[in-house]
Design a protein around this ligand. Sequence first.
Ligand code: FEO
Ligand code: CA
Ligand code: CA
Ligand code: CA
Length: 596
Amino acid sequence: MKSLPHLRELMAKKIQRRRFMGALGALGFTYQPFLRPLPQQSNEHLLIPKGFKATKLISWGDRLSDGQSLCFPISSAQEQLGALGYNNDYLAFHPLTSDANGRANSGLLSINHEYTNPSLMTPQAKKDSDPLLSDEQIKVDMAAVGHTVLEIRRVEGMWEVVWGSRYNRRLSALGPKMKLSGPAAGHPLMKTSADPSGTWVIGTFSNCAGGITPWGTTLIAEENINQGFYGRLEGQYADDHRLMGIGHLKTRHPWHKVDSRFNINQEPHEPNRFGWIVELDPTDPNSVPIKRTALGRFKHECASCTLSKDGRVVIYSGDDQEGEFLYRFVSKEKYLPKQKEHNQNLLDQGILSVARFEEDGTLIWQDLVFGQHGLSPEHGFNDQAEVLIHARRAARIVGATPLDRPEDVEISPKTGKVYVMLTQNKSRTQASPGCERVPNLYGHILELSPNMDDHAQQKMTWTPLILGGPKSQGGTQKGNGWIKNPDNGAFDLHGRLWVTADAHSSSKDSFGNGLWICPDEGPERGQAQRFCTVPNGAEPCGPCFTPDGRSLFVSIQHPAEGSTWHNPSTRWPDFRSDIPPRPSIVVIEREDGEVI
Ligand code: FEO
Ligand code: CA
Ligand code: CA
Ligand code: CA
């Protein structure tokens, strides 16, 4: 493993804290020492360690056709649909072409857009669900979420966007039309007045993390879909909607004002068509995205893909809410390399299971199969489609273990162990296996070891890798550089786990969200090292390494969140009075171009 020379140097000289104000001009990147022994805090800039460089690739509102920035506030949904969406989250890199050394020199970035912050996007909105928003502003909001496919290439060693590429594409809450497939497609609970067949749906939103399949498609997770729905029901559907957080007269996105399908009193089945994993082929700009219902419906954080020993597809997904569960899907058929036709429907058949953690360190996957473990008419389930649509209710019946906001899941390419990031659980009143802190304010990372190294086995073992936060609060990390509230992860070329933090810091406790290296092996196991810090109010998402390990793409989501258009807590990355703070994607590389 290549070590980081400046880090060794810093440690040897016992330099306490140095600030390298080598800011990269208007982009607001400030150099910091790699280890930050002093209190953790953020400022208006993106702070990266000495010896690294950060380059901005694209920002919210940059037109995909020519790279020109729109004027702010964005005045029409049509304009927003032609530009990068807001709050970029998950990133996946799909290599297209390689240079003479076999290193990717062009590729496609798959980019999720999770939600919006209207109070930072327009001067009119005083808060993020301001009722004063005009109809067109509401449509801009709908156009700003979803997904972007972007072609990028290396020119003279630097990654840049291929503006106007035929691959560049946007998905949003406004469209396109997507297919519903798998056991729940066509079920009566999936039918609406616009779609009496229950087999297609317009758009996707609340797209948080995701995954990438061995056959090159992107898996897009639909997470907090409750934020798109308005209304309150009584009777038949109310309990199931309530379990997903739906049924309120206050909603983050007031979309029901321009589209009645987001009003559950008018379309009670519409929410059943969201909360799925969407599969997208980014290499075909005309491909129809497909919602794969076999993977279950809940607040999917991610869809992390690997293979079982016998070649079946295994997908792990956290349901990111306090007290919700960890799920696993195992396909019925095996993945066959280079057999596109066979692989393209692999995610329509298989078994969805949910994790039960035992006190002795065992984890048992409980299958969510109609007719088994009480998933029968006496518990309100009439078929497999209902088990999948109401996966949260089914999981409770089979005895799943409530967790502390399961977010991303990462699988070590070196050891095959599985890492589950649990952000926090402020409402926990009772310990449960795998989640011992009551309440859990700082989050933790669990390590799962599949029996016989096989991801399809019914049993695994679990052990904590890191308990977040300071030692004084029960954390397991030495020193002051600790991580808390872990969210997204990625493995680098060396097999090291990198993890982002998503702490909602107030201005008084500006912890400074960032990215940490979290060793899972050796003497430093579990001792996280802060790598970078994002600007005030921001959260880093979707860390993604190129296959050559030299470039790290990171989403900088919601800079200045918690403040407003008129008084933002940072104007990153433009630092211009006529441009609001903008969620952006950056590329971090070593200055010497070597593997990170
Ligand atoms: Fe969208 Fe669970 O973070
Ligand atoms: Ca997340
Ligand atoms: Ca998050
Ligand atoms: Ca966030």
